[in-house]
Each structure stands twice: as structure tokens, then as C-alpha cells.
Design a protein around this ligand. Structure first.
Ligand code: XIL
Length: 376
């Protein structure tokens, strides 16, 4: 039996949702509006996929991914520690599987990430000799980028090379290879993967000082005559504190460099935090006061989250000519890395779908913004 329910929208739009009752009498969600369809004329809509999702272990999540998203980013399996665990050993199984999954489902892949100081294999972290480190750097890019050339839409070539003040992060790559390692990485990636796009990706690079550093870094690549196609703003923000002005200014400034602008790891967290950003090595102590919503999200926070997402997508739509992709960092709240970072074992609510894969108020606000937007 199919029942149709209308969710009343404040400004008069109605979004139909069909529920079907199964034999046991409980209702399973069958069809809701689709993000990728609603924003088809604007930008692609992506999600991060974790290993069980790539292995298609959960049919409900799998169906939701195919229904809602037209591009995906592997959350972990293309990072160096997974794909290149030893000097002479690469592990391409899951990345190959993802490529096949993408082809089968007409879903593009943004490959994440070639050069990043985190989630490096132990052997690479232990390389002392500069020449050996450069060999690792070059071989890693050549091998991985070449294998998936044209199979993936794009590469996050370098991830998080900057400090908050816009200077270069003192990473193992900077220490061993010097200031030019980012340009070198793009040069190598351009040669190994001529058919895929090349991006620089970072968090907080909408903040003025870091943005200025990001622009300097990307200008340097352009001035060297090396290809860079776009810039990713990760977009790990906090409810009630989304920096809309900085985001808009960044869209304008990055686009003025001739680059595609993307929001690559969007989530809006609702739990307490004493620092800004997304440095995976930064942690906070466990304490029950840091985990206040174990039994559910209070309505006031749910509404604030919905309104933040709504305003964000209105801003994205305003600049739809400059933005090429918006990717969420996960499909549903259960999957989100923010349940485990920067404090372990929390119950977080940063995405558009809840722990049962049901759409949250924020989802409907985003869909409504997309449906009501006047496109010429
Ligand atoms: C995170 C993953 O979501 C976690 O599963 C993993 O344990 C750590 O990394 N910036 C990035 C992403 O570029 O790769 C990070 O992903 C989140 C911050």
C-alpha cells in the first residue's frame, strides 16, 4: 500500500514523500526528493563513502546514495596509508571497486587524496633520507594518479598544506621537500593523470588569513605554468556559527583566479568544541558534558541546523556559476566522523539524513531552497 504524505513547507512548497507499508506493517521510506536532481542545473552533489558503503553492505544506505548523489569521495580508502601500505606494495582493491561502482551507477569519483601529511603509511613517516622521501613522493603520485587517470573525475592532489595564518604547515613534506612540494605534486599529477581534474583542498581556507595563503599557494602553481583546476573548501562548520560572509568572499576571490570552487567535506556539527577547524590530529578530552544530545537533538538546535543549511544552499545557489560541486562528509549522522573526532564516542548530528537514513528538517530546507530558486 502506498500512502502519500505532504510535508507542509513554510513558504508554500510541498515535497511529496511516498511511504509503503511492508507485510510487518512498519513503513519503509521509498521515495523522497533527490538532491542531485533538484540541483542538477547548479552543481554536482556528493557524499563521502566509507568502506562498508563501497562494498555495498547496507542496501538501504546504498539505495539512498544512488538516489541522492551523483559524485562521491572515498572517505579513507584512497589515502596513502590504505592504498600504499609498503614501499613496493599498493592495495588497489577497494579503489578499483569504487571505480566499478561509479561506472555502474553513473556516479563520478573525486579521488581523495594524493599528498597529505595525515594517514601516511608508517614506512613513509619513517623515511629519514631526503632523496628516498622524494622517491616515495614521486612514485606515489605517478603510480596512483596514472592508474585512475580518466577513471576518476578529479584528484584532491594536495590536502591541508597550510597553517591558519596562511603560512606553509611544517609537515613532513615541507620539511623534506621544501616550499615547492605543492607545485611539484601538481606537476607530477598533471603528467600522470592528464584526463582528470586537479584540486587543492583545505579546511578553514574561507578564513581571511588562510584564504590569502591559499591564494598565494595556488598562484604560485599557476605562475609556474602548472595545471590546477579547482579549490576545495572542506566546510567543517559549527551550528549557529557558519561564516557566511567569509564563504561568499572566498567564492568570489577563488573564482576570480579562474578556478572551480567546491565545498568538499560539508558537515555542520552541533556539539561543543573549543577550537575551530578540522585538524585530524587535534583531540579533546572525553567528558559527559561534551556529549549532551545522546538521547536526541533538541528541537531548537534541529531548527538552527536546518536554517544554517538553508542559508548555506541559498548562498551556493547565488553563486552557482562559480561552484561546481557540494559534497557532504558522509551520508547519514551514524556514519559521520564527528561521532569520533575530536572527542571519541559522541552522538553528533551534522548531516541531512539521520541515523535511520531518514531525511531531517535540514534536508527539506535545502530541497525547498533548490526548488524555489529562480533560474533564468
Ligand atoms: C577523516 C575521516 O572521515 C575519518 O574516517 C578518518 O579517521 C580521519 O579522516 N579532512 C579531510 C578528511 O580531508 O580526509 C578527513 O576525513 C576529515 C578532515
Amino acid at each position: 500500500m502506498i500512502r502519500k504524505i505532504v510535508f507542509p513547507m513554510l513558504c508554500g512548497t510541498a515535497i511529496w514523500i511516498a511511504f509503503s507499508s511492508n507485510k510487518q506493517g512498519d513503513s519503509a521510506q521509498q521515495q523522497i526528493a533527490s538532491l542531485k536532481d533538484v540541483f542538477k542545473k547548479d552543481f554536482t552533489i556528493g557524499t563521502a563513502m566509507n568502506t562498508p558503503q563501497i562494498e555495498e553492505k547496507d542496501p538501504v544506505t546504498d539505495k539512498l546514495i544512488r538516489q541522492q548523489f551523483n559524485v562521491v569521495t572515498p572517505e579513507n580508502i584512497m589515502k596513502a596509508e590504505v592504498i600504499h601500505p609498503q614501499w613496493n606494495e599498493y592495495n588497489f582493491d577497494l579503489a578499483d571497486k569504487l571505480v566499478t561502482y561509479g561506472k555502474k551507477n553513473h556516479i563520478g569519483i573525486n579521488a581523495h587524496t594524493l599528498i597529505w601529511h595525515s594517514q601516511l603509511p608508517v614506512f613513509a613517516r619513517n623515511i629519514k633520507n631526503v632523496d628516498s622521501f622524494r622517491t616515495f613522493f614521486e612514485e606515489h603520485i605517478n603510480t596512483v594518479a596514472k592508474r585512475y587517470d580518466g577513471q576518476v573525475v578529479s584528484w584532491d592532489v594536495v590536502n591541508e598544506a597550510l597553517n591558519e595564518d596562511g603560512t606553509m604547515r611544517k609537515s613532513i613534506f615541507l620539511n623534506k621537500l621544501g616550499d615547492d612540494f605543492v607545485t611539484d605534486a601538481f606537476r607530477l599529477a598533471a603528467k600522470a593523470s592528464p584526463k582528470s581534474e586537479l584540486y587543492y583542498n583545505d579546511y578553514n581556507n574561507e578564513q581571511p588569513a588562510k584564504r590569502a595563503g591559499c591564494i598565494r599557494l595556488m598562484k604560485k602553481i599557476q605562475d609556474a605554468g602548472v595545471r590546477i583546476d579547482g579549490v576545495g573548501i572542506q566546510g567543517h562548520w559549527h551550528v549557529g556559527k557558519v561564516p557566511f560572509k567569509d564563504i561568499e568572499e572566498s567564492i568570489l576571490q577563488y573564482a576570480a583566479m579562474g578556478l572551480k570552487v567546491m565545498f568538499t567535506e560539508l558537515d555542520i556539527e552541533v556539539l561543543p568544541r573549543n577550537f575551530q577547524g578540522a585538524d585530524v590530529n587535534q583531540r579533546m578530552r572525553e567528558d559527559p558534558s561534551m556529549n549532551p544530545y545522546v538521547n536526541g537533538l533538541p528541537d531548537s538546535v534541529q531548527q538552527q541546523l536546518a536554517s544554517d543549511y538553508e542559508n548555506l544552499f541559498k548562498l551556493f545557489l547565488k553563486h552557482r556559476d562559480k561552484i561546481s560541486r557540494v559534497t557532504f562528509w558522509g551520508v547519514n549522522d551514524a556514519q559521520s566522523w564527528l561521532n569520533g573526532w575530536p572527542v571519541r564516542g559522541r552522538t553528533n548530528y551534522p548531516l541531512l539524513f539521520d541515523r535511520e537514513n531518514k531525511p531531517k528538517p535540514a534536508f527539506f530546507k535545502v530541497i525547498e531552497a533548490g526548488m524555489n530558486f529562480k533560474r533564468n
